[in-house]
Design a protein around this ligand. Structure first.
Ligand SMILES: [Fe+2]
Length: 397
């Protein structure tokens, strides 16, 4: 969806000769979604982008999941997955927390540069909880910092290079398709509408090509077979970042959650006003620090709600989430409130919120339209008492 961008050297006419100073042709690559029927970009390489010299199996991190059965709301403490802090890199170190056929949610703490990586199963939206990194891509580099969503279109070759003293903490949303701002935020020609909570100025794309040289370069490729998601380690004759220029509407970009302008009202606003992205069979919303409901009789925390058609996953990444106070949920927690279950504020929060004017909270929410299952990471950091926190007691012994 991102708007048109032109970076580096491109010829004035597409699909025509583009040469270096010595007269040697660059090789044009079209990277386009939905066949040739949706957004695309044209990239100009020094080497053949198709020249591979080897392909081997890459054993990806575990992707098996267990059903949420018997049905329970869940609380997962993601920080417990990396008790010693930094561990490995932002790609191979990911631990699957929740997933289904449409989307996978993983968490990682990383201090080392990742290998070159390409997710051919769909777009990735990686939310930076803390720390910072440079995301080097075939389109150029992106600076990523706390609060950034890094949107990486499917099959974008890239790698994560943590920067700064603190390790990178990141929450990866891997889609089985494409992720974009909600269609209702856009004009029929694709411009953000005045009513949208963010706009083009808030999106940051690569500014210049990397123009890397090299030979026999490995790229980890996550892809699908009929048996599920697998990995391959493909070796390229030329460095994939040998691009001298590109243009088009398909490229990675970042959007920082602080640039999301919350929509508020006299009474409680429904979650869709907090939406930031949509993907196939899921949406991404964020709850940001904001003034809250100002009707004289308003109750600022949410009403209790049954997710008839969705599972709701909240990642608590800043402030103090008012409605969950007293539940054990804190920074780095994930809650899963599944379809088939009514949920809402913890005991006391409903009453306590009356008269409150500001919520200092930050959470990233993923609502899926098909049930989620627990990954190995989710199972490893579960708080088993969460389901009973509204009642104040669990099952009889
Ligand atoms: Fe909810």
């Amino acid at each position: 969806m991102a708007h048109y961008r032109s970076v580096g050297a491109v010829p004035p006419k597409r699909h025509t000769q583009h040469r270096d100073a010595s007269g040697r042709l660059f090789y044009e690559e079209l990277m386009g979604e939905e066949g040739f029927s949706s957004d695309s970009s044209l990239l100009y390489h020094r080497g053949l982008p198709s020249a591979v010299v080897d392909s081997r199996v890459w054993e990806i991190p575990p992707v098996a999941t267990s059903p949420n059965h018997p049905l329970r709301p869940r609380h997962l403490r993601l920080h417990e997955l990396f008790p010693a802090g930094a561990a490995g890199d932002a790609v191979t170190g990911r631990r699957l927390v929740l997933g289904n056929a449409d989307v996978r949610l993983s968490y990682v703490v990383a201090a080392e540069p990742s290998p070159l990586y390409r997710n051919a199963t769909g777009d990735e939206v990686v939310y930076v909880e803390s720390g910072s990194a440079t995301v080097e891509t075939v389109f150029g580099a992106l600076a990523a910092e706390q609060g950034d969503y890094v949107v990486l279109p499917a099959s974008t070759t890239h790698r994560w290079v943590p920067s700064g003293d603190a390790p990178l903490r990141a929450y990866a949303i891997e889609a089985a398709g494409h992720v974009a701002p909600p269609k209702r935020y856009l004009s029929r020609f694709g411009q953000f509408l005045e009513s949208a909570p963010y706009c083009e100025r808030d999106l940051r794309g690569p500014a210049e090509p990397l123009e890397r040289a090299g030979s026999d370069v490995d790229v980890l490729v996550k892809h699908r077979t009929s048996a599920g998601i697998v990995g391959s380690r493909v070796t390229y004759a030329a460095h994939p970042f040998d691009v001298v220029g590109w243009d088009g509407c398909l490229y990675p970009y970042t959007f920082n959650v602080r640039d999301f302008e919350p929509i508020t009202g006299r009474v409680h606003q429904p979650p869709p006003v907090h939406q930031v992205f949509e993907g196939p069979n899921f949406v991404v919303c964020n709850f940001v620090p904001r003034k809250v409901d100002y009707h004289p009789l308003s109750i600022p925390v949410p009403y209790y709600h049954s997710n008839v058609d969705s599972d709701e996953v909240m990642f608590y990444c800043g402030g103090d989430y008012e409605a969950r106070r007293g539940s054990g949920i804190g920074q780095g927690s994930v809650s899963l409130h599944p379809g088939g279950h009514a949920h809402g504020p913890q005991p006391g929060a409903y009453e306590r919120s009356v008269g409150v004017e500001f919520f200092d909270e930050l959470a990233v929410m993923v609502d899926t339209f098909r049930p989620l299952e627990l990954g190995e990471g989710g199972l490893a950091c579960e708080d088993p008492g969460y389901a009973w926190t509204w009642a104040g007691r669990g099952p009889a012994e």
